[in-house]
Ligand binder design. Structure first.
Ligand SMILES: C=C(O[C@@H]1C=C(C(=O)O)C=C[C@H]1O)C(=O)O
Length: 409
């Protein structure tokens, strides 16, 4: 069902406390599940009470804000829980490129959530009657090249290096895609269970066919507090503990990776500073160790100066230099010129927002677009003037492993 601005009856929303469901994913029916889960906590949802297809263009976040005000703001709400994520919630996914179609906001019919020892159920327009069937395995998976083959992509990386050395820009993030075909239609719940099991420290997400486990929190807003986790600078995991530690130390000491990381942190600082009365940015990055890669990571926190919603903050931040580059407009031109594909929702904001303006949005990384028995996987790398194409290809392969594991087990 779709809702045109101002033309429909208000949504009737009810939130009640429920017994702890423990495993959120096991409660999902098969059709089009929504999810945002980390360390077993978060929100899962299904059904559609309202959907907006956000028109592309520079005004898209403003359009989304108006739609949310008309849809969530006008709802009749009985919220017996009163925490971030209770009451009416919209899930959303925005395309990386503001001019690409495919950005959506969906108010699910049912939301089931658990956080900090509390659990709640939100219904829009009535109780859930959905049948939960057993998840189905997708069967054998065959992979193919996406828009560029591996050698073609290495050539694109070399092209970006040339442009950086010529002084046109400092950093560009280049991505590539892979296709996957399964024997059976892909049941998103199988992917969610594997992703949240192997990548508990990442945000396992599902929104309108875009499914993944991203380590990168674009922004969480809880009242006046905003938090972000900036990632840039990557090395694959080592063969054993000593190799792992050696690689981690080399990553911290690498001039190329530190410079790449600084570009990303500065883009976040520049975006957040005008919105915040206080902003804390660590002087030194820490190491985030994931099952497939290690990243340089900077947790940023701030206090919002005046009533911006989480989506207003997303609008100010996207695209950070972690997924675009520096300077942003030149990097976006280089990406369009060299990548040879539309990223769709990959590297775009994905997450949820409630009627108070609280919410959590990640950068959609380590993800795939699922369509029936097919999937399109995405992975990218920050390219600097001293990047080596073969090393960037290996880094992209390590990032693809997240969704390859989700598909194959
Ligand atoms: C672009 C991706 O990841 C981004 C690029 C990184 C890098 O180049 O070091 C690290 C983390 C992310 O900000 C991806 O996973 O596709």
């Amino acid at each position: 069902m779709s809702v045109a601005l101002g033309l429909t009856r208000p949504l009737v929303v009810r939130t009640t406390p429920v017994d702890d469901p423990v495993d959120l994913i096991s409660r999902l029916p098969e059709a089009a599940p929504y999810a945002w889960i980390r360390r077993g906590e978060g929100l899962v949802a299904w059904g559609e009470a309202a959907r907006a297809v956000v028109p592309p263009g520079p005004g898209r976040f403003g359009w989304a804000r108006d739609w949310l005000a008309a849809t969530l703001g006008a709802a009749h709400v009985d919220d017996g829980v009163g925490v971030p994520g209770s009451g009416p919630v919209a899930f959303g996914s925005f395309t990386f490129d503001e001019n690409s179609p495919g950005s959506v906001l969906v108010v699910p019919r049912i939301v089931l959530a658990r956080r900090d020892g509390r659990a709640w159920l939100t219904t829009v327009g009535g109780e859930p009657l959905d049948l939960v069937t057993a998840p189905r395995e997708p069967g054998r998976i065959r992979y193919g090249d996406g828009s560029l083959s591996a050698p073609e992509w290495e050539h694109a990386v070399a092209g970006a290096v040339e442009r950086i050395r010529a002084g046109r820009l400092e950093k560009a993030v280049l991505a590539r895609d892979l296709t996957a075909t399964a024997d059976q239609a892909i049941d998103v719940r199988v992917l969610l269970a594997r992703l949240s099991g192997r990548y508990p420290d990442c945000y396992t997400f599902s929104c309108d066919g875009l499914v993944g486990a991203t380590p990168e929190l674009l922004v969480r807003r809880t009242g006046e507090t905003v938090e972000s986790l900036v990632l840039a600078g990557t090395t694959p995991r080592g063969a054993d503990e000593a190799d792992d530690r050696r690689r981690g130390a080399a990553l911290r000491a690498s001039g190329k990776d530190r410079h790449e990381h600084t570009c990303a942190v500065e883009s976040v600082r520049t975006a957040l500073a005008p919105l915040c009365s206080e902003l804390e940015v660590p002087g030194e990055p820490e190491l985030l160790v994931l099952p497939n890669v290690q990243h340089l990571a900077s947790p940023v926190t701030g206090r919002l100066a005046a009533g911006a919603s989480v989506l207003d903050v997303v609008a100010a931040m996207h695209p950070t230099a972690a997924v675009g580059g520096t300077p942003t407009p030149v990097a976006l031109d280089v990406i369009r010129e060299l990548e040879g594909m539309d990223r769709g929702g990959y590297a775009g904001p994905v997450g949820w927002i409630d009627a108070r303006g609280d919410g959590e949005w990640g950068i959609a990384l380590r993800c795939a677009r699922i369509d029936g028995s097919r999937a399109r996987l995405f992975a990218g790398c920050g390219i600097m003037g001293d990047s080596v194409p073969a090393a960037e290809l290996a880094e992209a392969q390590a990032k693809f492993r997240v969704m390859q594991y989700a598909l194959e087990g």
